[in-house]
Design a protein around this ligand. Structure first.
Ligand SMILES: C[N+](C)(C)CCCC[C@H](N)C(=O)O
Ligand SMILES: O=C(O)CCC(=O)C(=O)O
Ligand SMILES: [Fe+2]
Length: 421
């Protein structure tokens, strides 16, 4: 787990805060008595600042940094960063939002240099830096992706020649870890090489970037084809591409695989970028993509083998997108574990099957398949919210170990290393 010294974080914060616009604007003359505020544009005297604002009846409009932004007055009051409304040490809101009048309007608004001042009916003053508003407004935010990614098929991935990271540098240097995480975030898969082939060393790797997500399969799992659990993974059979734990309300974020032993043939691992396939669907049949984001499905795991009794259910659409920018963040695709569909009427079901077929065709294109043979020493991390995995059938004795990671904690580590995640 990661801990950063406070001064470290504080330095980062200072950096963020001091990055304001340096050119200055002159204070607005107050024509309040001459014109009704609602229809008048206020322009800054300085051309270089290029800022204009307008006080409407029910919202505040701001043009700045090539962005037109509209702010609700309750929002402007709610996000006040004054000492009595916001604790900048804990980064937590102190203001009780429920105490804000839903019809609140500022008594006066003025711009001084690059700071807007809102004075509220009770005399409280809220200050906003123009750059802060651009960064935090809906209009400013919706132009940004949450997670930059490189979508890939086999050729794109192979041509990119993404370097693996060495065990030592992953464990001992921040640069090694950062390179690894950057590649993982971009491609949804990443490898670490020269790992001693034991469960303990695999666990050490996992703990370097995250908390291990303990599940019904245990914390670190260690499995072979002994059918010790009621699932096809514990056999020698081939497994078609899928994401794991689709039957959890929150599917596991990351999967770690380390093949400790294989004396036999076959058993290669298949990897397919689910977001690349989904993007093909979006381009070829947008209404089918849309349907896959809308229809919720159940996935289910029912196990009664030996001492293991489990019944897990997870509900959600195949494709999950952020509603404000339509960015894909999670694919839930497991045809083995998909439960009875009884949540949608017959005609929608038929359109859903058509859309699901279109996606499946994309996922199964041979050119989208990246095959690797896992071997002792080479640990694979898979973004289980994005990249599907499968395996070829095999013969002989094969031993795999690994674990799931909590996604929040992997992203936490990435952000602390300065990556966008
Ligand atoms: C063996 N291991 C613990 C990795 C996974 C077993 C889970 C397999 C299940 N069908 C799923 O896809 O979620
Ligand atoms: O045996 C393998 O290579 C992978 C099996 C699988 O899909 C899993 O354990 O989740
Ligand atoms: Fe799996």
């Amino acid at each position: 787990m990661w801990c950063f010294r406070l001064s470290h974080l504080h330095g980062r914060l200072q950096n963020l805060l001091s990055r304001g616009v340096t050119c200055s604007a002159f204070q607005q003359p107050n024509f309040k008595s001459l014109f009704p505020l609602a229809i008048r544009w206020h322009h800054t005297a300085s051309k270089s600042l290029n800022c204009a604002w307008q006080q409407h009846e029910d919202h505040f409009e701001l043009q700045y940094a090539n962005t037109v932004m509209r702010f609700d007055y309750v929002w402007l009051r709610d996000h006040c960063r004054s000492a009595s409304c916001y604790n900048s040490k804990t980064h937590q809101r102190s203001l009780d939002t429920a105490s804000v009048d839903l019809c609140i309007k500022p008594k006066t608004i003025r711009l001084d240099e690059t700071t807007l001042f809102f004075t509220w009916p009770d005399g409280h003053v809220t200050k906003y830096d123009l750059d802060w508003l651009v960064k935090n407004s809906y209009e400013g935010q919706k132009q940004k992706v949450i997670q930059p990614r490189i979508l890939w098929n086999a050729e794109i991935y192979q041509q990119a020649q993404v370097p693996s990271v060495d065990f030592q540098s992953f464990l001992e240097t921040n640069d090694g870890l950062k390179n690894f995480l950057q590649n993982f975030l971009l491609y949804g898969i990443a490898f670490v090489e020269n790992v001693p082939p034991t469960q303990e060393h695999t666990e050490k790797l996992a703990e370097r970037i995250s908390l291990i997500r303990e599940t019904i399969y245990g914390r670190m799992w260690y499995f072979t084809s002994d059918f010790s659990r009621g699932d096809t993974a514990y056999t020698k059979l081939a497994l078609d591409r899928h994401t794991d734990t689709a039957y959890f309300q929150e599917p596991c974020g990351i999967q770690v695989f380390h093949c400790l032993k294989h004396e036999g043939t076959g058993g290669r691992t298949l990897l397919v970028d689910g977001f690349y396939a989904a993007d093909q669907v979006l381009q070829k049949a947008p209404e089918e993509f849309e349907l896959l984001t809308k229809v919720p499905l159940r996935h289910e795991y029912i196990e009664n083998v030996g001492e293991c009794h489990n019944h897990m259910i997870g509900v959600g659409p195949v494709l999950n997108t952020y509603p404000w920018n339509k960015e894909l963040y999670l694919i839930r695709y497991n045809n083995y574990d998909r439960a009875v569909i009884n949540t949608v009427p017959y005609d929608v079901v038929h359109r859903w099957y058509t859309a699901h077929r279109t996606l499946t065709v994309e996922l199964r294109r041979p050119e989208n398949e990246f095959w690797v043979k896992l071997k002792p020493g080479r640990v694979l991390f898979i973004d289980n919210w994005r990249v599907l995995h499968g395996r070829e059938s095999f013969t002989g004795y094969r031993q795999l170990c690994g674990c799931y990671l909590t996604r929040d904690d992997v992203l936490n580590t990435a952000r602390l290393l300065g990556l966008q995640a």
